[in-house]
Design a protein around this ligand. Structure first.
Ligand SMILES: [Zn+2]
Length: 440
């Protein structure tokens, strides 16, 4: 770990030197340098807040001495908030001209929102109580729509007609799904096949810098099912949680979401295009509770469809993934038909979290809600409630994020019938500091 950090110093330093040159081209050397200084203050505030909140700094590969400074100084929350307020005022007076390049304007509005989210997280850690919607708006720059339980009941009823056997819909869904579990001894080979498929499809459309790669680890006792820990230097560590059975659809889902063209590619493109090429140091840190997460999760989930449009996915599952997992390929179509229906219950998960965070449901009630309206099995519902305890309104970033990214990409002409345009718009989004509220 130590050696890796040292290697990153020199690259970050090079990127900063390069920034000065680029500033001259984009918006005058004085303005470029001024923004870089504000960006540095932001990075240091994120690192300082990370001292109070172990989940906050999801990735950091900027100058290691900045992290050491934060560890040593460990400023109090009130001090972090006061410094962030000062930074907000500096940013307000440093807005770029309205005719500046779009990416320069995006950079500025992005930083304003990221700082505002940081102040919200400070307030929460200081004891301020927010409703689910207030929190998601302030942290992720978006609010999930509310849905009547009757909407989900109708979908569950429809599923009931499609699933064989006796018992409740949840019991029948569990029984159906249990025939599509990847056996433990086949996990690594199945994931390898999925990663190869996701990577080769991504590389047909996106140029990645040489040397990018990730490693996969299998872990237990986590509230999430998979996690990408970006290390900088175009490397990721991807962890897969094996606490619960892993169904065959998770191979492509996780390989795309965590790897290609999801989180790994997103982080690699930010490092390449913004940190190294432009010297924008603010992108060397990723604060988890911030608008960046809606873009990260939304693109990672939508990226599954971009890499594998439905029919191509089922074909690939049949030819490659099901055989790797030792499952009957003839059943792939039937499996994905049912999953498409279950996917329409994703907003039921948001509803459970909203009611739980707002105090209308307790932990047991939230788990029951997930079982009843989102068809989570009891152990999976319990795991999800632990996720809600840890990450709260973060849950909206997955499904709402995906829908917002999809709408944006399609509005730019990247529709299912125009795959190359879809990849192009998707890649641009992964390479730019666009906010959730800017996905219009
Ligand atoms: Zn994710």
């Amino acid at each position: 770990m130590k050696r890796l950090s040292l290697a990153v110093v020199s690259l970050a330093a090079m990127a900063l030197v390069h920034a000065a040159c680029l500033g001259a081209v984009e918006n005058g050397p004085a303005e470029g340098n001024a923004m870089n200084q504000l960006a540095e203050r932001y990075v240091k505030l994120v690192l300082a807040l990370g001292q109070h909140d172990a989940d906050y700094v999801d990735a950091y590969y900027g100058p290691p001495e900045w992290r050491k400074e934060a560890e040593k100084a460990k400023p109090a929350l009130a001090q972090i908030d006061a410094d962030a307020a000062t930074l907000e005022r500096s940013l307000a007076s440093g807005a770029p001209a309205t005719d500046a390049d779009e990416i320069v304007r995006l950079r500025h509005t992005y930083l304003v929102k990221q700082v505002s989210a940081l102040r919200t997280r400070v307030a929460m850690l200081s004891g301020r109580k927010l409703t689910f919607d207030e929190e998601s708006k302030a942290l992720y720059d978006a609010m999930a729509p509310t849905n009547d339980p009757a909407t989900f009941e109708r979908i569950v009823e429809e599923l009931g007609k499609r699933l064989p056997g006796s018992g409740s819909v949840l019991e029948r869904y569990d029984a159906f799904r249990s025939r599509f579990v990847i056996p433990r001894e086949r996990l690594a080979a199945t994931f390898k096949a999925a990663i190869d498929g996701c990577r080769s499809r991504t590389l047909e459309h996106v140029t990645l810098p040489p040397g990018e790669s990730f490693t996969v680890e299998y872990v237990t006792n986590k509230s999430w099912s998979g996690y990408n820990w970006y290390q900088g230097q175009y490397k990721s560590l991807i962890q897969v949680n094996t606490d619960l059975p892993i169904y065959v659809d998770r191979a492509i889902d996780l390989a795309c979401h965590e790897g290609y063209p999801g989180h790994h590619v997103y982080n690699v493109l930010l490092e390449k295009n913004l940190v190294r090429d432009r010297g924008w140091v603010e992108f060397s840190v990723y604060p988890l509770f911030s608008p960046q997460s809606l873009i990260a999760e939304g693109t990672a989930n939508y990226g599954i469809d971009v890499a594998f449009p439905t029919e191509e996915r089922v074909a690939f599952e049949r030819s490659t993934i099901f055989p790797a997992a030792g499952l009957d390929p003839a059943r792939a179509g039937e499996y994905y038909d049912i999953l498409a229906l279950v996917d329409r219950l994703s907003y039921a998960g948001n509803e459970a979290a909203r009611r739980y965070i707002n105090g209308q449901l307790d932990a047991k009630g939230a788990a029951n809600w997930l079982e009843r309206y989102a068809l989570y099995s009891p152990p999976r519902a319990a795991q999800r409630v632990r996720f809600m305890d840890q990450y709260r309104s973060y849950v909206i970033n997955y499904n709402l994020g995906k829908d917002m990214v999809k709408r944006y990409v399609e509005s730019q002409g990247g529709t299912a019938s125009n795959a190359s345009k879809r990849w192009e718009v998707f890649e641009q989004l992964l390479s730019s500091p666009r906010l959730p509220s800017g996905l219009q």
